[in-house]
Structures are given as C-alpha cells and as structure tokens.
Design a protein around this ligand. Structure first.
Ligand code: TYD
Ligand code: MG
Length: 450
C-alpha cells in the first residue's frame, strides 16, 4: 500500500486532498475528512460502463413501449414517471425508520405479481427480520429471492447467477468492495458500490433500487456523489409521529420531478392515499378561531390542508414565534406585514403556527392563509365555514397571483367548499361552481372575512 494511494476525502461532498484538512474547501463543512486508501486500478476499472458501442444518429434511436414495469401501486408509478424503467438505477433516500424497506418490499411484491424476478439484498437485516416484515405485509411470493449480503463481489455474482429483473440493495451504506480498503459507508465505498451497480443495471438491464440513509444535515450519506451517478433520486419523507409519508422525486432522467406519492403507514404496511385532502381535513375542529384551510400544491397535485395559528400575549420580553410545517422566516415576515399594513398591535404577542397532518408547505401561495389564521386567532374570531384561501403576500401587503389556480379551486369544489378567496391577478383563471372573492391587497381582504 503505497503512501501515494492515501487520500483524505470529505465525507460530506467527496472532495479529496493529499493532506488532512480541518475544513473542507469545497463544501465548508468542518471535521469531515477521513483517510481513505484509493486503489487507482479499481477506480479506473469501474468508470467504463461498456465497450463496442457506436454513436447513432438521434433520429434513429428507437424507444420501445415495453420499457417500463408497472407496479400497480399508482402513487409509486407516478413518481417514477409511469412505472419502473428497465435498466434504471433508482436511489431511495430517507431518514432511518421512515419506511424505505417496507416500501421496497411492497414494490418487490407488486412486480413479482407480474411474474418478474426480484432479488432483495439486505445488508442491514437478517433473512428472518425481512421475513417477519414480509409476513406482516402478507407477502408470500416465491419470485422474490432474499439474500443477506454486504460484499459487492457476491452481489454481482448473485445477479449473474439468478438474473433478476429487479434488484433491491438495502442499503448502499452497508455494501463494501473488498478491493477498496476504506470502511463501508465511506465516500469511496459508496461511490464504488454505486458505480458497480450502475454497470450491472445498464449492462444486464436490471432495474436497480438502492436505499440510502440520510445524514444529519439532510443529504444522503456519501452524498452528492451518489445523486449525480444514479438515474432517479426519490426521497421518502414524513414526520415519524404522523402516519403520512411522501415519496418525492428530486431527480428523474425518465420523467418529471413534479410528482409526489402520498402514503399512509398502517399496521399492514404502506397504503396509498388517493385523496389526501379528505384525510388532512377529516379531524378539523368546527368553529375554532385560528383555523384556516389553504389550497396548496404538492407537485402537480392540489391538496387542501388546515393551517392553525395561536396568538397570545407574551409573558416574556421577547415574544416567541414558532412554526411547524411553515418556514419560520415567513411567519415573522407576515406578522411584520400585518403590523405595518393593518396597524395591528401584534409585536408583543407569542405566535405559534402549525400545519395539520405533518405536511410541509413551502410554496408562497400559502401566505394569505397564514395572514388569516394569525388574524383569526389574534381577534378570536372564527372564519366562516366552507372558505378556502390561497395567494402570495408581498412586503407592501399586495396579494400576488399564483400558479395552478384552476386545480386548486376544483379541489375545493370537489370537497364541498362554498367560497374561495384568491388574488385579483388570478381572476381570469377561475372556474364556476363556487363563490370567488378576488382581493388586491390584505386591507381589501379584511372586508370579506369575519
Ligand atoms: P422500515 O421500512 O424498516 O424503515 P427504513 O427501512 O426506512 O429504516 O420501517 C420502519 C417503521 O415502519 C417501523 O417503525 C415500523 C413501521 N411499520 C408499520 O407501522 N407498519 C408495517 O406494516 C411495517 C412493516 C412497518
Ligand atoms: Mg430499512
């Protein structure tokens, strides 16, 4: 092992250097460098995917329709852009315990029903543990082959031997290449393993799923390097205290990244949620001040969600502002706008905001609903029943137009809402069947509420 082969690699971004550094010059993280042995031969060997290829004219490239496997789990197929693409490499990332293994086992079962062969490689759990989970999910297929393995060479061997159509590797952080001397989960190992799996998936046309755990900072460990290498990156997210899970496409070479899939974790595994709005609004309190329904968008899909606010007099010198599901800075900004534009003495109050159901709302269209929720709680007045609100609020108190107006309104109609408060700039895109109130600024909106 020559000294020249020792590199110090940043475990966050993969930057490498000849000497140890306290702070990574590429991603500015502290104390992320670890010593790794780089075998130059292995690295160069793994880069080439295959030979004997000739460039062909773009116009002559044929796309056949049977390239995708449908799982019939609609929420899952949609996120992938219409099913699993043959020979694609998909990374499924998420916090530990969120349900990645459960999801992939259910996917394995679904594709095995279409007589496809699945190889499920578990590096984290024993066969018994996986079997226990399968029993819980009532999965009995004999088309699913299980193996508990960490060694990349053996995984390659199993794929050669059993020729599966779908390969699942759970998780990439536990897989190691014995020719690379750094420990499993390090950047070199993760990169090496992914490159090998990429080669398998392309050469043998195996649709491959790899599970990646997310590090504390939110990136997939062994991180950015991995996202660039794979065809599709899906994040499985959700609040552990709630049962809802969202599968979000962050990168997709075979479809749009706008789609999301919504699931509910039940005692018998993940169930698809076909109409999320109904579930999010199911336990809504009646006639409660501070509660407002917003028509938000999750990808290309409208969802109605309840936003709750609680504004009360503060007993501290510096009032508390807390928010769950909405960006904290947005709440602070909206409260400043309320004070300045509507003259409301809110600066001495504590304010708490919560999006019900563990949803995260980040789009600007929720601003107007936050305004009304805060006002409703501050004045202790109930917003009339059957009202849905959306619109962006600017710093001068103007209500700005947003996108997907028709979808949002249609969703409100579908769920029996009677009235919709929207930005004036969106008036041309409305649909009939519901009373529309278009407002230009927050002052004007005050006339219509409470
Ligand atoms: P798991 O798939 O093991 O998570 P990950 O692979 O992302 O670490 O899921 C773990 C959680 O899901 C665990 O807390 C138990 C829960 N769960 C259910 O609620 N119902 C079920 O049917 C299954 C299989 C798991
Ligand atoms: Mg797992």
């Amino acid at each position: 092992m020559g000294k020249n082969n020792i590199r110090y690699v940043c475990q966050e971004c993969g930057h490498n250097s000849n000497k140890w550094l306290g702070k990574c010059p590429a991603c500015n993280e502290w104390n992320t460098f670890a010593e790794e042995f780089i075998d130059k031969e292995v690295v160069t060997k793994s880069i080439g995917i295959s030979t004997n290829k000739k460039p062909v004219p773009l116009s002559e490239v044929v796309i056949d329709d049977e390239e995708r496997y449908k799982t019939k789990i609609r929420e899952f197929d949609n996120v992938l852009g219409g099913g699993i693409v043959k020979g694609s490499l998909v990374l499924v990332g998420g916090d530990p315990g969120i349900g990645k293994s459960t999801l992939l086992l259910q996917v394995a079962d679904a594709v095995s029903l279409s007589h496809l062969k699945v190889l499920y490689v578990s590096g984290e759990e024993s066969l018994k543990q996986t079997k226990l989970r399968a029993d819980r999910l009532n999965i009995k297929s004999d088309k699913i082959l299980l193996v508990s393995e960490n060694n990349l060479d053996f995984i390659v061997k199993y794929v050669d031997e059993y020729k599966p159509d779908v390969l699942i590797v759970d998780s990439i952080q536990t897989v190691y290449n014995p020719n690379v001397s750094s420990s499993p989960g390090s950047v070199s190992q993760v990169r090496e393993a992914t490159a090998t799996l990429m080669r398998i998936s392309k050469v043998d046309s195996v649709a491959t799923f790899i599970v990646g755990h997310v590090t504390k900072s939110g990136a997939i460990a062994g991180p950015k390097v991995l996202e660039h290498m794979v065809d599709t990156v899906l994040y499985f997210e959700g609040d552990k205290n709630h049962t809802f899970r969202i599968l979000r496409g962050v990168k997709n070479r075979f479809g749009s990244t706008n789609e999301i899939g919504i699931f509910e974790m039940s005692l018998k595994g993940l169930q698809e949620v076909k109409n999320p709005s109904e579930i999010f609004l199911s336990n809504r309190p009646e006639s409660a001040p501070g509660s407002v329904v917003v028509a938000g968008m999750e990808g290309t899909r409208p969802v109605l969600v309840e936003i709750q606010a609680l504004v009360s007099n503060s007993s501290f010198g510096t009032p508390r502002r807390m928010s769950v599901g909405v960006d904290h800075n947005k709440v602070v900004m909206i409260m400043a706008i309320l004070e300045k534009k509507l003259g409301i003495q809110i600066q001495g109050c504590d304010a708490y905001l919560n999006v019900v159901g563990g949803m995260q709302l980040s789009e600007p269209a929720i601003d107007l609903a936050v305004v009304v929720a805060v006002l409703s709680s501050f004045r202790d007045k109930v917003l009339e029943e059957g009202v849905v609100i959306f619109g962006e609020v600017g710093l001068t108190g103007e209500v700005r137009a947003v996108s997907h107006v028709e979808q949002r309104i249609n969703e409100a109609i579908k769920l029996g809402f009677k009235k919709c408060i929207i930005p004036k700039g969106n008036i041309e895109h409305t649909v009939s069947g519901i009373e529309i109130i278009a407002v230009e600024n927050v002052e004007e909106m005050l006339q219509y509420i409470f």
